[in-house]
Design a protein around this ligand. Structure first.
Ligand code: HSE
Length: 304
């Protein structure tokens, strides 16, 4: 028996929804899992990270899979994991959450599902440390999450984006900005002014995505809690954000902790990506552009 897992990319924060809001994107990683009897853990990778990712038990997908075996009290004799990676690594597009969920769901499938989806989600969120990539990767669509008495409550919110009319252009500069670093540079405390700035806007971001009101999205997708600190550390990011808007995007934000920027528009428009690319290039960085829809579907597991 083999288990196939597909998991989407995600964009977290959506401007003011720091550590709370995330949205699934239509870009998918795939992996197949098979038990082997030769007591080795082997991983093959095609696509993103093909050259650099570990091909043994140190691989993040394998680590997450072995965690599930451990928690289920089972021993894994041998495991072969074949991955097709489309989500760029360290990009702000949820590659680490996707890897973790892939490993957990794959192992859970091989073991006959000792854990429910809810338990897997909780475990993945605890391991990741914040819910806003893992939850939409698992559930699909736009997801809001809160911590409540040791529990994470993740809820899918209605959104017009789920039915397709909102387009996302991601500009990914060739710049190393690990999430751990991007979190470490944030101040521990926030002012009341900044808290109110974000609280009031995040409600309107969800409303704009629900109704497809792109003008409102552009007004509301502003942040005072993380973007001002992070954007200035990514060369060209401040100008690229501005250029994306000037080129016609309704709203532009840092995607997750960056370094990619995500621009939302009613339909695909090459000028938006080109404008963001120009600014990153002017700052000396290579750039990749991703033209993506959003995904109403989350992770899927099939027996093959
Ligand atoms: N909410 C997290 C952060 C997302 O901004 O640090 C990381 O992808």
């Amino acid at each position: 028996m083999q288990i196939k897992v597909i998991v989407p990319a995600t964009t977290a924060n959506l401007g003011p929804g720091f550590d709370a809001l995330g949205l699934a994107l239509n870009l998918w990683n795939e992996a197949t899992f098979a038990c082997t009897s030769d007591s080795s853990i082997s991983v093959t990778v095609k696509g993103e990270g093909e050259e650099t990712l570990p091909k043994n038990a140190d691989n993040a997908i394998a680590e997450a899979a072995l965690m599930i075996y451990d928690l289920a009290g089972k021993t894994c004799k041998g495991l072969k994991i074949d991955c097709i990676n489309r989500i760029p690594l360290g990009s702000g597009m949820g590659s680490s959450s996707a890897a973790m969920l892939t490993g957990m769901l794959g192992a859970n499938g091989l073991l006959g599902n000792p854990f429910t989806d809810e338990e897997i989600l909780k475990l993945a969120i605890e391991t990741e440390g914040h819910p806003d990539n893992v939850a939409p990767a698992m559930l699909g669509g736009l997801v809001a999450s809160i911590l409540h008495k040791e529990r994470v409550i993740s809820m899918r919110l209605p959104t017009k984006a789920n039915r397709g009319p909102i387009h996302a252009t991601l500009a990914l500069p060739d710049f190393d900005f690990p999430t751990s670093q991007a979190r470490a540079i944030l101040p521990k405390d926030v002012t009341r002014v900044d808290a109110i700035h974000n609280l009031s806007r995040v409600v309107l971001v969800t409303e704009a995505l629900r109704t497809g009101n792109m003008e409102l999205l552009g007004i509301a997708m502003k942040d005072s809690l993380h973007q001002p600190y992070r954007l200035k550390l990514i060369p060209g990011a401040i100008s690229a954000l501005k250029a994306g808007k000037e080129a016609g995007a309704s709203a532009v934000a840092l995607s997750g902790a960056g370094p990619s920027l995500i621009a939302f528009s009613p339909k695909e428009d090459e000028a938006i990506g080109a404008a963001m690319k120009r600014e990153f290039k002017a700052a000396g960085l290579g750039v990749r552009i991703f033209e993506l829809g959003t995904s109403y579907e989350g992770a899927e597991v099939t027996i093959i």
